[in-house]
Design a binder for this molecule. Sequence first.
Ligand code: UDP
Length: 462
Amino acid sequence: MEMEMKSYGTHVLALPYPSQGHINPMLQFCKRLVSKGLKATLLITNFISTSMNPKSTSVRFDTVSDGNDEGGFMQAANVEAYLETLQSAGSKSLYELLNKYKKSGIPIDCVIYDAFCPWALDVTKEAGLVGAAFFTQPCAVNYIYYYAYHGLLILPVDSGSLPVSIPGLPLLELQDMPSFIYVHGSYPAYFKLVLNQFLKVEKADYIFVNTFYKLEAEVVDTMSKLIPLITIGPTIPSFFLDNEDENDKEYGLNLFHLGSSNPIITWLNTKPKGSVVYVGFGSMANLSEDQMEELAWGLKESNYNFLWVVRDSEEAAKLPKNFAQTMAGKGLLVTWSPQLEVLSNEAVGCFFSHSGWNSTIEALSLGVPMVVMPQWTDQTTNAKLVQDVWKVGIRVRVNEKGVVGREEIEYCITEVMEGNRGKEMKDNAMKWKGLAKEAVSEGGTTYKNIDQFVSKLSTSSS
Ligand code: UDP
């Protein structure tokens, strides 16, 4: 691609919402931009910078304040308070950063901001720069929020308004709606956060969505008639998608756990093909003690090998006594896994997950069928799509006590690992894997979209 470059190159500043599930895709997107000739700086909060382990990467890092420099989210009194300081301290800090870079040899041309931080667009525009919104969640979920933002959903969603019909989406029952919508009374701050993604979004010069076109074609087309969307996913290093770029193995900032991942992969390598259930619930979900216990017994009873990420001692305390020791050899419990490496390992036959969006698109793009046990936020809608639209997994059923029982867990795992439906799901997952690879490969939708953005930005800022 021919482009005119300034001596310092075109420079984007990326501002993810400060959590693992938002930082990972933004970092990967930045890496793709760098591979196409841009300079990219990723902002992490002062607090996160003290606990993470940034390995050398082509992306530069800098820090921004969220007003809670000592303890991050945990330092704030509640969600409302956190989001307020994130906005006030974040705006001030971003303004100062833009000035800092203006005086340096590498001024910023464009700010790519997480749609959870719409205030960043005001700062960007005041500075006269190009602003790009980045939507981390799937297009389907964004469209539901868009609908609600514009008053097109009858809220609260109740039996009178079900199933919910939104163009481009399957009919949605209560359990399929993002939890911030159907129980929005209980999460007012998050409800506001997800709706405010559309605040002044029409002023953004670009709107990126972390999905790929063929995965959500209908809803992307429908929503694009209202606001112009650019699909740029899956934001997974090319190494894992096509095994081409050996140097592109580094796939995320591990915010919580340092240390080597090799023992996990060594353990997986001792297991036969398709014999392991990988169990992981992302970086935030907390299961109840009852649920942890049912899951533990369900895994034991299903009698497959399993690798289970139990994040910390608080979560581990909910396990049945001596569970890890009892299961030694059959089950490996770890506090963190190199998830893409794990999902790429042929020993893994099924991913038992919370259907967080990154986990979902990672499994789809790597051809791994799923059992999904959504907890909240977009996970409930992702689970609907996984089961009924992409047909790559089964959603567990919650019993009358509000937990997913051990028999149900055993049934769903066995069905995915060796049932007839499981075979279809595996075939479908392999189909999506091929389409994900196609999207990011030369001539694919994501590839072309990123190329066009880089080319336009480089021309406009030269
Ligand atoms: N992740 C990981 N190892 C773990 C757990 C999570 O590498 O043990 C990564 C995972 O690959 C994904 C992100 O952390 O990229 C979690 O994002 P997701 O949207 O799935 O869940 P969230 O943490 O936002 O609930």
